[in-house]
Design a protein around this ligand. Structure first.
Ligand code: AMP
Ligand code: FE
Ligand code: FE
Ligand code: ZN
Length: 271
């Protein structure tokens, strides 16, 4: 029996580096006919209460989530946490530590920009980021607003991408800690866009550390890669998830609802 309902389990709000507020995302999800979305902001759960409140109004289910950056064999891998108790104190404390690390990293990025002859100030970055976890997108926007670059993309190309003059690595979670924190908060740990970060063969190491699932459907995965990932999930008894990694209009190559996963995948995880 085919259920025609769909979910998007990878969505970013303005509480991290997305454009829309949690309630705007939920309203948009209702409009495009999604049954559920998971709010998976980078390093923060601050948007979840707003999303849950909007969910009740719009008749869209919201799964509390988060996206954490971990270091696996020297490579950055993103982990998604699903069904987390987002007020769980140990989770909050761990997020707070990484939040602080992002602040210090932003200071380093600004210092490197200054050294490269770009007089951006930390205040300019903070004017954009507010009290959100600071990411390169906020620096990119500050560079554009101050007229040091013409476009957001130019900021990454000239200064912020890996190998560029003001690139500074982000502090990353040890995988074990991230998985434990997600589990302790009652959640499931899922590797985001695995093929974007690591080879299938390197996934085994993460599975051994207690991963519960992998993101099979993602805009960066081809149809063939999705089939490979599905087979991998089946072999290792992992949950399959999927989402669009939507960051908002003009910040994502596709609209919300264009990349989606079957509702039954979410139902399996719920059990
Ligand atoms: P951060 O976590 O601070 O390293 O920033 C990572 C975020 O920057 C990603 O989630 C993307 O939203 C964005 N990003 C990374 N590379 C680029 C790029 N080349 N162009 C535009 N946005 C990018
Ligand atoms: Fe992002
Ligand atoms: Fe990611
Ligand atoms: Zn993401």
């Amino acid at each position: 029996m085919k259920d025609g309902r769909f979910v998007d389990l990878h969505v970013h709000s303005a509480f991290s580096d997305g454009v829309l507020s949690p309630s705007e995302l939920v309203a948009l999800a209702a409009q495009v006919g999604l049954h559920a979305i998971a709010l998976t902001d980078h390093d923060t759960v601050e948007g979840i209460d707003d999303a849950l409140a909007a969910a009740a109004v719009h008749g869209v289910e919201v799964v509390p989530g988060v996206e954490l950056s971990v270091a696996h064999n020297g490579q950055e891998v993103h982990l998604l946490g699903y069904f987390i108790q987002h007020h769980h104190p140990p989770l909050r404390e761990a997020l707070q530590r990484f939040h602080a690390a992002r602040f210090f990293r932003a200071e380093k990025i600004v210092a490197q920009l200054n050294r490269a002859g770009v007089p951006l100030a930390m205040e300019d970055v903070l004017a954009v980021a507010g009290d959100r976890p600071i990411g390169r997108p906020h620096v990119a926007q500050a560079l554009r607003q101050k007229g040091f670059v013409q476009t957001f993309e130019e900021a990454f190309d000239r200064y912020l991408k890996r190998g560029a003059a003001a690139h500074v690595s982000k502090e990353r979670w040890p995988p074990r800690l991230a998985i434990d924190v997600i589990h302790a908060a009652g959640g499931l740990a899922v590797v985001a866009h695995p093929l974007y970060s690591i080879a299938l063969s390197a996934l085994e190491g993460l599975v051994a550390q207690g991963i519960d699932g992998i993101e099979v459907i993602h805009p960066l995965h081809s149809e063939e890669e999705r089939e490979d990932l599905k087979a991998f999930a089946l072999r290792h008894r992992l949950y399959c998830t999927g989402g669009s990694d939507y960051h908002g209009p003009g910040r994502s190559p596709h609209e919300l609802g264009a990349v989606r996963a079957p509702l039954k995948w979410l139902e399996r995880m719920r059990r």
